[in-house]
Design a binder for this molecule. Structure first.
Ligand SMILES: Cc1ncc(COP(=O)(O)O)c(C=O)c1O
Length: 387
């Protein structure tokens, strides 16, 4: 199978294809109706101006390497998100949260180490753990609640003492969120076992019910690190700006791995993010994300609920995890949706969960109803054909 079509095979020995990213890379710019995004609609530079960015000031910016771990201004802005729990030198700015996951995994896990992972998730970390030669303990979520099985995770931590435990919360693809008490319990178990908890919380801030602190705050910085970024809730994936926050020794080792990858964040992105990431804007953008996702899901449930799909009401994120009761195989369904109707959604197979779709809810509300209509009509036809 050629790299172009590679979704479920291996890129090279030991490195499984990153199905979700490959699926999107191959299709997203050609889709007529793109419902594959997991974040809220990206902002334009003009919209960032409304949030206080002075575009004129960028004219003077020298495009040097800048600060390889992120400028002090930006790291200080990021540390504020953690209510004083993390200091400026406990933040590493990365090229998206994808790079933060990468440097966290490579700096924490060596060949032969035991590493636990929450499944399904975005699926970057499981692929990397295999590549690193870790012995992987899978802690699986399942139908119908898809909630993280905290009791089982605590047992795994206490009995197996993994070196690191990678948890995706709020979870992609299921859009479920851990309760604060559950995160505390995980933190207590990790403290007793000497396990590092790596929370990929790139959807943190989009919780629909209430504002929540970072899992790092609930679990404690002595045992937890936080991976986050501006791509999803804040609508700036094109900046490729993420970070890793946690205790200094972990962050500094991750920085040393980053030397091998991207060296530094883009100086332009660093400058823009430093200007925009004020506490006030963070509140505004989180509110924007909740409004878009809340209203879009209402519409989604009205049009799709029960009849065509069985959606799990999202607790966060900008997507919905939905079972297709009339199709067991969803990769071929997604291929047909794209080929015949130009509609792009993500197949459950990319999360090792055939029979499900992950559908984006982050689109601007003005265009969402039309996208839903196209998707619903296409699914209706395919359901009839499936008999
Ligand atoms: C859970 C999770 N982590 C990390 C990423 C990578 O995002 P980025 O590198 O744009 O921050 C994604 C993207 O979909 C994601 O869903």
């Amino acid at each position: 199978m050629g790299v172009e079509s590679l979704l479920l095979g291996e890129v090279r020995r030991g490195l499984r294809a990153f199905c979700l990213e490959r699926w999107q890379s191959l299709h997203e710019n050609y889709a007529r109706v793109n419902m594959s995004e997991s974040g809220v609609a990206p902002l334009s530079l003009a919209e960032l101006e409304e949030l206080g960015l002075k575009l004129e000031s960028l004219r003077e910016l020298k495009l040097g390497y800048g600060w390889t771990r992120g400028s002090p201004e930006l790291r200080s802005r990021i540390s504020e998100l953690y209510n004083g729990e993390v200091k400026e030198d406990e933040v590493l700015v990365t090229a998206g949260s994808a790079e933060a996951n990468f440097v966290a995994a490579v700096s924490l896990v060596e060949g032969g180490d035991l590493a636990a992972v929450d499944l399904p998730n975005y699926m970057q970390v499981p692929g990397l753990l295999g590549f690193l030669g870790a012995r992987v303990l899978e802690v699986k979520r399942s139908h119908p609640s898809w909630r993280f099985p905290v009791d089982e995770a605590v047992r795994v931590i206490e009995e197996e003492r993994p070196k690191a435990f990678f948890i995706c919360n709020p979870n992609n693809p299921t859009a479920t969120v851990l309760r604060e008490r559950e995160v505390e319990e995980l933190g207590e178990a990790a403290r007793r076992a000497g396990t590092v908890l790596v929370f990929d919380e790139v959807y943190w801030g989009s919780e629909l019910s209430e504002d929540k602190p970072s899992a790092l705050e609930n679990a404690g910085k002595d045992v937890a690190v936080s991976v986050c970024g501006l791509s999803k809730v804040y609508g700036m994936p094109g900046l490729r700006l993420g970070w890793l926050a946690g205790k200094k020794e972990i962050v500094e080792r991750a920085w040393a791995v980053k030397d091998y990858v991207s060296i530094a964040p883009s100086a332009l992105s660093d400058r823009i993010a430093s200007a925009v990431l004020t506490q006030d804007n963070v509140r505004k953008l989180r509110r924007r994300a909740r409004e878009i996702v809340g209203r879009n899901f209402e519409l989604f449930a009205r049009i799709m609920g029960g009849r065509l799909l069985e959606p799990l009401p999202p607790e966060a994120g900008a997507f919905v995890w939905a079972r297709v009761p009339w199709a067991r195989e969803t990769l071929s369904l997604c291929k047909r949706l794209f080929a015949e109707k130009g509609v792009l959604v993500n197949p459950g197979e990319c999360f090792d969960a055939p029979g499900y779709l992950r559908i984006g809810l982050g689109q601007r509300m003005s265009g969402f109803a039309e996208s839903l209509h196209v998707l619903a009509t296409a699914l209706e036809t395919m359901k009839e054909q499936a008999g």
